[in-house]
Design a protein around this ligand. Structure first.
Ligand code: PMP
Length: 410
């Protein structure tokens, strides 16, 4: 990975914050956008902007072609069988809500069980709570091991013939662990359950093949993988999407509208009511091209190297607690930690004074933090554009922060 060259693609990273060079370690929240992504969207608005699907004029055709090409790029990226299985949404949250509402209507009945885990993001908890309440179903949680991995024995105990849906995150946005989705999907299917995967923290960092995973649904967001905000994806297997009712109704998603009733368009447009986010989809496709150009395996390997470098250094600081495995081989670039006797918000503020962007709070995972018996943590999350020098600066800043709160100087 040639960082000197690569970082020229991210002008935002080259700036001074609080008199220090910016070190952006909040990539689990959102990632920065390389010039080719900005250019693709700019180019679209400069030259090709028109509403899609309905027009016969040249610009409408160009916009439609670009939008549908973006869908094909996305299909190839996750290795879906066909573009009919790739729905554009606003982001992972919307994708998961669509599945919970529409698929929930189809397969969840009174007395059924929905199984999630303690490490889920709120986006993969709250929609299932709402569904469980509506259907008088039970929401169950898979326990974690002491190291913060999914407890697979408990997963097998929780997923039973009563389970209608299993919904799990591929990669945790707090603990940094990768879950064995392929194995869990096979187990869920064996019990007759539908498998939904929250891939928001996976697609930016490693190759994902939905056919190999065999999950029924896979959700992710563009903005966490160098793409723009406001665009995301819901992959679903055709036979489910065909049976499901759309969640939103209006233009674009219909075939015929009669006075009292309407018929739906074919997949994938049946789910995409209203004018879609064309520029967003085009930006996402440019982000996919950008990541694929570097190589998702290369990104994964580089981040693994970075974690192997920084995690032991962080763990070695007296008074630091790391949440999730301390074995770097089991850890992605998301590192949640606390410093004894210092509130994580104070840690994040002190780091910001040193030019380093980290997040503090509950990371939209309140049940997990309660499970870990902690009210908040600091979180540094690395991406492929972060360097070892930045990792060193991060470690130094944690030492300096500790020193500051002990003796009042940075
Ligand atoms: N799931 C996980 C694991 C996440 O980290 C996030 C974003 N923090 C989401 C879902 C929700 O993504 P978005 O806010 O882009 O819809």
């Amino acid at each position: 990975m040639n960082h000197t060259k690569l970082r020229q693609d991210f002008p935002i990273l080259d700036q001074i914050v609080n008199d220090e060079p910016l070190i952006y370690l909040d990539n689990a929240a959102t990632t920065q956008k390389p010039i080719p992504v900005l250019q693709a969207m700019d180019d679209y608005y400069h030259h090709n902007n028109a509403n899609v699907h309905r027009g016969v004029h040249t610009l409408a055709e160009r916009a439609t072609t670009q939008y549908e090409n973006a869908r094909e790029t996305t299909r190839r990226f996750i290795n879906a069988r066909e573009t009919a299985e790739v729905l554009f949404t606003r982001g992972a949250t919307t994708s998961l809500n669509w599945v919970a509402q529409s698929m929930g209507e189809l397969v969840v009945h009174e007395g059924d069980e929905i199984v999630i885990s303690y490490m889920e993001h709120h986006a993969n908890i709250v929609p299932w709570q709402q569904l469980a309440k509506k259907k008088k179903a039970t929401l169950k949680y898979i326990a974690l091991t002491a190291e913060g991995e999914l407890n697979l024995d408990d997963a097998k105990a929780q997923i039973t013939e009563k389970t209608a849906i299993v919904a799990l995150t591929h990669v945790s946005n707090v603990l940094g662990v990768i879950n064995p989705i392929q194995e869990l999907t096979a187990y869920a299917h064996q019990k007759g359950a539908v498998m939904v995967v929250d891939g928001a923290q996976a697609t930016p960092h490693m190759p994902v093949d939905v056919q190999a995973l065999d999950c029924d649904f896979y959700a992710f967001s563009g903005h966490k993988m160098c793409g723009p905000t406001g665009i995301g994806v819901l992959y679903g297997k055709r036979h489910w999407l065909e049976q499901m009712e759309p969640i939103e109704f209006g233009g674009e998603m219909i075939n015929f509208v009669h006075l009292q009733d309407s018929t739906w368009s074919e997949l994938p447009w049946k789910f995409e009511a209203g004018t879609p986010n064309m520029a967003g989809a085009i930006g996402l496709a440019a982000a996919i091209d950008y990541l694929e150009n570097i190589g998702l395996s290369a990104i994964h390997d580089y981040e693994a190297e970075l974690v192997a470098y920084v995690l032991p250094k962080l763990a070695a600081i007296d008074g630091v607690t790391i949440y999730g495995p301390t074995d770097p081989a089991k850890h992605t670039g998301v590192i949640a930690f606390n410093l004894d006797d210092v509130h994580p918000h104070d840690v994040a503020t002190a780091m910001d004074m040193q030019g380093i962007a980290v997040r503090a709070g509950h990371h939209c995972a309140q049940p997990l933090l309660k499970y870990l018996d902690v009210s908040a943590t600091a979180r540094a999350s690395f991406y492929f554009y972060n360097t070892k020098a930045e990792a060193d600066a991060f470690i130094e800043a944690v030492y300096a922060t500790k020193e500051f709160f002990q003796h009042g100087t940075i």
